[in-house]
Unconditional design. Structure first.
Length: 732
């Protein structure tokens, strides 16, 4: 509640002619005490804190304090110390520790507070990025104009282990964390180094952080090796994101104990597809084949297309160590040089992998389609298949292109059907996100020899389309059984926030593209028009990434909401149970309902959905970190030359440039731009030279060269290339 102002305020002139407004001074004192709720100050301290220097205002402090006490807005203790009586607000939320000076707290959704709460470093109580905390929100806004607060309690630490580089001096040692949002070095006693040497990468566990200590104390628990070596840096990324290095021995033993024999009882109640032409299509280096396609023409002239998915839950039973480990990992993680699988190799590459020329147990969604690719009917259930052929994407595409080779006719027809399904999907409002993916060619030691942009061809889109169709069909089947009342795991994607889209539209305009998002019903159409326009242009990657960031994030939930990006009323993940835990939940619930079982309570599944969404986010961040590491290393080894780039971001401290040839992003620091003094024009997102009036703005095509690379921080420093041909500056 707001407080009434004193109507009878007095205004007096001091000897110097300065007007003293008692009401204004009272508000100033009250705001100070409100903003320092829980703290007590005497009148002298209040005078000093508010920098009150003239005699009349100093003299007015005591009477104003007395009046505020009598009014009940502040209290006075027996020692003549004053404090606010305003009722504070207490919330819980997550820390986003943006820089060493302050952090933001994102309140839990239940509070329905849209604005994040600013917490100064001194008021964080040693909370770290990602921690869950309880916060006292100040009754009024601070000097920043934002809602401010103070951490009262750390409810849970998101991590107490960090990766960093050891720095050893004669008397003590520190670990400098790799994690950019860990802003304090960690002190290590010499006896707690576990043999780590200067400049080695280590995993360190926090052991103590006393209230008055600026830095936490830790103990080295794992020595990774010398900073800069490939295996060390990849292990650093794994440790940084809390990714597992190996399976517990008991989990491996449980996996090895599973029989690979398919018994008659295993297939008794399954639909048999072993005589129907079936094949898998995956990346050339894949080993876990969790989906297969079957194809046959029916006597009525229509086509039966089967989407067959590895029946992982036949092998991974509830309440086993395997199940617990799969849930904990929740997803496979694909780093630049390796896969960290959700399931042990015995399952992921063996029992569950739909390898050719082997009988395999599957869960299937089978469609009857006509020549227009309209779905006339579908069937969902457990099956047994026998894959006739294992295709790499490149092989299958080549067979289609040449109209020759194994199953080329089936592939060509499947591709034609997929294109019709895809057109229908886009006609209904799906958004055509086609992000640029970078792949590295590595030598045996992990050194990057080359970099290429992955090309999405018809064969990739064909497989994707049938997987989408299966996922959609399963979700709609369960929803329609009981009008959404049955507990199920959905994959949802909210409609975008129009304000955020407006910001993106303004950004795109800087690149010369018009995006009309004033009509919510036509957002998809406007985005697709833009995404078509930028195909093959230098700004494609920048704008695609920004478009995705301006969207809501897709999540797992038991709420039967829709998927905006795909334009589906209901959608789930059914097709990748070898590498995603939510698909395993979907398989179990699906079979439960096919067996006419009773719907379980949703709370437990909702908790598992939240966990799976968080693990998915962790995996994506780790994958990006590994790619960024290789990009930095690649540019450190690349030819010293001028590169064409595009200005992808402008801030007061620097210009971000994406190098067109390599898709690597680096920064030119304003402090290094010595040809002029540049001022930041925030409204127009540009820098302007104060003398030469040169403007650097979003979308500018520029020539740059690399001046420094830092693998620890995964950064690339750039400078604008001189116009003088052949002039090169040596890298640091």
């Amino acid at each position: 509640m707001g407080r009434k102002s004193n109507k009878g305020s007095e205004r007096r002139k001091s000897k110097g002619g300065k007007v003293t407004d008692a009401a204004q001074l009272a508000r100033k004192i009250l705001n100070f005490l409100d903003n320092n709720f829980g703290q007590e100050y005497n009148s002298k301290q209040i005078t000093e804190k508010l920098d009150i220097r003239d005699a009349i205002n100093k003299a007015a402090v005591e009477p104003i304090l007395t009046k505020l006490v009598s009014g009940g807005t502040i209290s006075k203790n027996p020692r003549n110390y004053y404090s606010s009586t305003k009722e504070p607000e207490f919330i819980e939320g997550e820390v986003d520790y943006v820089n060493p000076r302050f952090a933001f707290i994102t309140p839990d959704a239940k509070y329905k507070i849209e604005e994040d709460i600013l917490i100064k470093e001194a008021d964080l109580k040693h909370a770290l990025d990602g921690d869950r905390v309880r916060v006292m929100v100040y009754p009024s806004k601070g000097k920043t104009g934002r809602v401010e607060g103070r951490v009262l309690e750390i409810l849970s630490r998101v991590r107490d282990e960090f990766v960093g580089r050891v720095e050893i001096s004669p008397r003590f040692a520190f670990v400098v964390p790799d994690f950019k949002k860990m802003h304090q070095d960690i002190f290590v006693h010499k006896g707690d180094l576990d043999g780590a040497e200067h400049n080695q990468k280590v995993v360190i566990k926090l052991t103590e952080w006393r209230e008055d200590d600026k830095n936490p104390t830790g103990k080295v628990i794992r020595v990774l090796g010398t900073a800069g070596e490939h295996e060390v840096e990849i292990h650093s990324i794994m440790a940084e994101f809390g990714l597992p290095f190996e399976y517990p021995a008991e989990v491996e033993a449980e996996a090895e104990a599973i029989s690979d024999e398919i018994k008659a009882s295993d297939i008794k109640d399954r639909r048999d597809f072993r005589d129907i032409p079936t094949f898998t299509i995956d990346p050339a280096d894949a080993k876990d084949f969790d989906d297969a396609i079957s194809y046959r023409k029916l006597e009525n002239g229509n086509y039966e297309i089967g989407v067959h998915i590895a029946d992982v839950t036949h092998y991974v039973k509830l309440r086993t160590k395997l199940e617990k480990e799969a849930y904990e990992r929740a997803t496979s993680v694909y780093l630049v040089d390796r896969t960290i699988p959700m399931l042990p190799e015995r399952l992921s590459n063996g029992l569950c992998s739909l390898r050719p020329n082997e009988d395999k147990l599957t869960f299937s969604c089978v469609f009857e389609l006509d020549e227009n690719a309209d779905v006339l009917s579908h069937w969902i259930g457990r099956t047994v298949i026998h894959s006739d052929r294992r295709f790499a994407y490149e092989e299958a595409q080549e067979n289609m292109d040449k109209e020759a080779g194994d199953y080329y006719q089936e592939l060509i027809h499947l591709n034609g059907l997929a294109k019709k399904i895809r057109k229908t999907r886009f006609d209904k409002g799906a958004v055509n996100f086609e992000t640029v993916e970078v792949k590295f060619q590595l030598d045996e030691k992990g050194k990057p020899l080359g970099l290429m942009v992955k090309e999405r061809k018809d064969i990739h889109k064909m497989i994707e389309e049938f997987m989408l169709l299966a996922n959609k069909t399963v979700a709609e089947f369960i929803f329609n059984k009981n009008k959404g009342a049955d507990t199920f795991v959905y994959r949802t994607h909210d409609h975008p926030d129009l304000d955020r889209l407006g910001t993106f539209a303004n950004f795109a305009k800087k690149f010369g593209h018009e995006v009309k998002i004033d009509d919510e019903q036509k957002v998809s159409k406007a985005l697709n028009k833009l995404l078509d326009e930028i195909q093959g242009k230098p700004e494609q990657n920048v704008l695609e990434q920004l478009a995705i960031r301006s969207m809501a994030k897709a999540i797992y939930t038991t709420e039967p909401k829709g998927h905006f990006g795909l334009a589906f009323k209901h959608y789930t993940h059914f097709t990748s149970p070898i590498r995603r835990y939510p698909d395993m939940m979907v398989h179990r619930l699906l079979q439960l309902y096919l067996d006419a079982g009773k719907s379980p309570q949703s709370e437990d599944y909702e908790d598992k959905c939240i966990h799976s969404s968080e693990r998915e986010k962790r995996a994506a961040n780790a994958e990006r970190a590994s790619i960024k590491y290789k990009q930095v290393e690649y540019m450190s080894l690349a030819e010293a030359k001028d590169y064409e780039g595009i200005v992808a971001g402008v801030t007061e401290w620097g210009v971000f440039v994406e190098i067109t040839e390599t898709k690597c992003e680096g920064m030119i620091r304003v402090q290094d731009m010595d040809d002029d003094y540049y001022e930041f024009d925030e409204k127009n997102m540009r820098l302007i030279g104060s003398k030469n009036k040169k403007m650097i703005t979003l979308g500018d095509k520029v020539m740059v060269r690399v001046t420094n690379t830092d693998i620890d921080r995964r950064t690339i420093d750039l400078e604008f290339a001189d116009n003088e041909p052949g002039r090169q500056r040596k890298r640091k």
